[in-house]
Design a protein around this ligand. Structure first.
Ligand code: NAD
Ligand code: ZN
Length: 344
């Protein structure tokens, strides 16, 4: 089968021909119908050798959807031909966090050698992918896989961050969304769908800010030295009760700190390496900062249900698997509008 793999440190992704994987006991093989590209793929492909821990060769793709194609021994309750989205942050399935469906915070997964598809385990950017357990499949029903697949990360990750501070998204409050890429453009729609908060979107690119307005941002602000003042103006000097930083680089983390309101929340979602010092006389009184990771199983179901009622939709650039390298190049250069999705 064809697969998009990261094979050599520093070499970027390659389209290669490999054997299709076989499902082991309890596992399910999907014929992939769509796989999304995430900036985290570049995070790991940009790591120097001494920090790279994901194994080589690595089949990419931690946003996956497909149709059940083959069942491993003992799998019941899943029928051939059924369409599913893959819940990616696989945990041990037994601990307290996993019992709550919050497998993204399983404290045992790494030690047990359990890694998400595309981030350690073979991912979905291939003609076939093996899913470790049926609990990691969420039925797609009538949802179009190409339009939907990125909700498994670019939807789920912002949803998890936003839901954690839902009580701060009251009418009259302000939510700042920094970085209107794959995650950010869905995040804006989620805030609009579940709250009456005012949304201020921030990006370096005018095109991304145009997308922000299209998907529901009330105001847009260019990410430059004047951004904090502009946001203070738009919030009657109070700042924002919630800030979601989907870039996470030092300038955006600094901006988050500069605009968070008293008793507000900053979520650093982007993994650009920016850090924030928090404490008395550092951050506004009562303010909290958090670095959330992905989302829970029930939250993925909720995000798909938001799509079912038309409250969120991903702006998709569609590519064949042979054009995946070009799509990754566009993502690297910040040229993707919304999310790039490969259809094998
Ligand atoms: P993307 O490339 O699609 O979007 C990033 C956006 O940030 C772009 O629109 C870009 O123009 C904007 N940006 C870059 N620098 C900026 C700046 N200084 N000010 C304002 N905007 C700026 O990326 P994505 O796939 O949406 O991922 C976003 C980030 O989230 C990445 O760091 C990714 O690795 C990370 N991520 C984290 C999690 C998690 O669980 N925490 C999950 C998925 C992705
Ligand atoms: Zn991702």
């Amino acid at each position: 089968m064809k697969a998009v793999q990261y094979r050599k440190i520093g070499a970027g992704p390659e389209v290669v021909e490999i054997d299709a994987p076989e499902p082991g006991p309890g596992q399910i093989r999907l014929r992939v119908t769509a796989a999304g590209l995430c900036h985290s793929d570049w995070f790991l492909m940009d790591l120097p050798e001494e920090q790279y821990t994901y194994g080589l060769p690595l089949t990419l793709g931690h946003e996956g959807a497909g149709v059940v194609d083959k069942l491993g021994a003992g799998v019941e309750g899943v029928a051939l031909g059924e369409a599913y989205a893959i819940y990616g942050p696989w945990g041990c399935g037994q601990c307290h966090a996993c019992s709550e469906g919050r497998e993204n915070y399983c404290p045992y997964a790494a030690d047990l050698g359990i890694a998400p598809p595309g981030l350690g385990a073979p991912g979905a950017m291939a003609e076939y992918v093996v899913v470790d357990d049926r609990r990691h499949l969420v039925p797609l029903g009538d949802l179009d896989p190409v339009e939907t697949v990125s909700l498994t990360d670019a939807g789920l990750t912002p949803y998890h961050a936003i839901k954690a501070v839902e009580h701060k998204l009251y009418p009259g409050s302000t939510a700042v969304v920094i970085g209107v890429g794959g995650l950010g453009h869905v995040g804006i729609q989620i805030i609009r769908a579940i709250s009456a908060a005012k949304v201020i979107a921030v990006d370096v690119s005018e095109e991304k800010l145009a997308l922000a307005s299209e998907v529901g941002a009330h105001h847009t602000v260019v990410s430059d030295a004047g951004a904090a003042d502009r946001i203070r103006e738009l919030t009657d000097v109070l700042g924002a009760q919630t800030v979601f930083d989907f870039a996470g680089v030092q300038p955006t983390v600094d901006l988050s700190k500069a605009v968070v309101a008293v008793d507000g929340f900053v979520h650093i979602v982007g993994i650009g390496g920016g850090v924030m010092s928090a404490g008395f006389f550092q951050t506004p009184m009562g303010a909290a900062v958090r670095a959330p990771y992905w989302g829970s199983r029930s939250e993925l179901r909720e995000v798909l249900d938001l799509a079912r009622v038309g409250a969120v939709s991903v702006h998709v650039e569609r590519y064949g698997i042979d054009d995946a390298v070009e799509a990754y190049d566009r993502l690297h250069h910040g040229d993707v509008r919304g999310r790039a999705v490969v259809v094998p």
